[in-house]
Design a protein around this ligand. Sequence first.
Ligand code: NAP
Ligand code: HSE
Length: 443
Amino acid sequence: MKKTKIGIGFIGFGTVGQGVWKHLQAQREELETRLGLEISFPRVAVRDLTRERGVSVPAEVLTADPMEVVNDPGVNIVCELMGGTTKAKDYTLAALKLGKVVVSANKALIYKFGREVFEAVKTFGGHYYFEASVAGGIPIIKTLREGLVANRFESIAGIINGTCNYILSRMEAEGKSYEEILHDAKKLGYVEADDRLDLDGWDAFHKAVILAFLAHGKWVSENDALVEGIRNVTLEDMHRARDFGYRIKLLGMIRRNFKTGALSLGVYPALIPLDKTLARVDGVYNAIKLSGDVAGTTILIGRGAGQDATSSAVISDIVDAMIGIRDDAHKFLTPSDIDACYRLGETARMATMDEIRSKFYLRISILDEPGTLVGFYSVLAKHGVSVARVVTYEHPGERRGTITLATYPTSEAVMERVVEELKTLPQILTAPLLLRIYEPTHE
Ligand code: NAP
Ligand code: HSE
């Protein structure tokens, strides 16, 4: 029987692109045998043709024009691994318009233009696979779409940015500076070309939005979400958190109340109880805890960034895409699949700040003089915030102290008012740091 020929093209050949190439070349024969296909790699687009790369690619395959990859009749699967949201969007849409399959790791693009990309899939009959866009090597998209499809998720909590987890873990373990560790993360290929995406929480936010869409059918906008990065977290906070029985991690939190329809999404550094699995996930590892109504709690842990982990996810998409082409039956992101997601979203609405509740950690730097604590506590009391634990620290030789406290559960709206009022007190020296405390219900 004549074997189906599949051509895989690359737009972008950096950390991820080269990893996918390297592993696909190594597995090519085995994949061809297992899938009964003939695989080729006709075109690879890069920005700089003269750059030395870790893997060698025949000169005639390389091009500086991504449209050559898109338009090459021998390319059925276009791997968009260049990143960014402008040109990458144009090439993605151009390939979909030709009915091709696009495989992508580009969470920023999906966040910004997911609707448009999915509409193009519906209109032109191409397909779009994006397993590598969330949590590196963890098959979380497949888990939501297939393995746990029977579930409704009351909460999805995840450490979904490898760079931030790597930085926080090493700062705590080694007492090293944020900058020093960020430098190492860049060398290891974890960090986005624009590192603000990682450090300010946006990359994790984009990933959380993708998960929320798949689980709840809503595209959450940044105006409806709490997004904070890790820049304000100090080593001192990590030590104080530990004294209270917690570790600090950048957490993506998606919560849904199925009675009221309220959906909330946030990304922020959170205190996690030391005995919980998420608190023990270190380095570049990601973890996602899914609380489903049928399966109960499922926790997936794996490498969240870097060449090999991400390549593993991209290759899993490529294999699905090849099977889809071979059998003329793609099982993922079909038009009915997309419609089903949107139907899910019809019963969801974004939660108000009054509805989003948790315990909080507050760190505040105060002038050390009689009566300061009274003013501080009266603000909390006025807003009905009950304090669960408090520790005050002196700074020998200085006229200042630090207060750290943990509250009982209260709402985001209340804590926002508390922080605003605290800032007006004359004895407050710097803006208070407010972090959320994650209290898992099951595990
Ligand atoms: P990268 O190392 O910066 O590679 C980007 C590649 O795209 C480079 O080969 C670059 O060419 C090429 N490129 C950029 N603009 C281009 C243009 N206009 N025309 C042609 N080629 C262009 O990035 P990466 O880390 O591999 O990330 C790629 C994608 O995967 C991003 O969407 C990222 O968010 C996502 N991702 C990355 C990881 C990770 O751990 N790195 C994990 C998950 C997802 P030159 O080499 O010539 O400059
Ligand atoms: N910069 C991202 C991270 C890459 O650190 O998690 C993986 O998506």
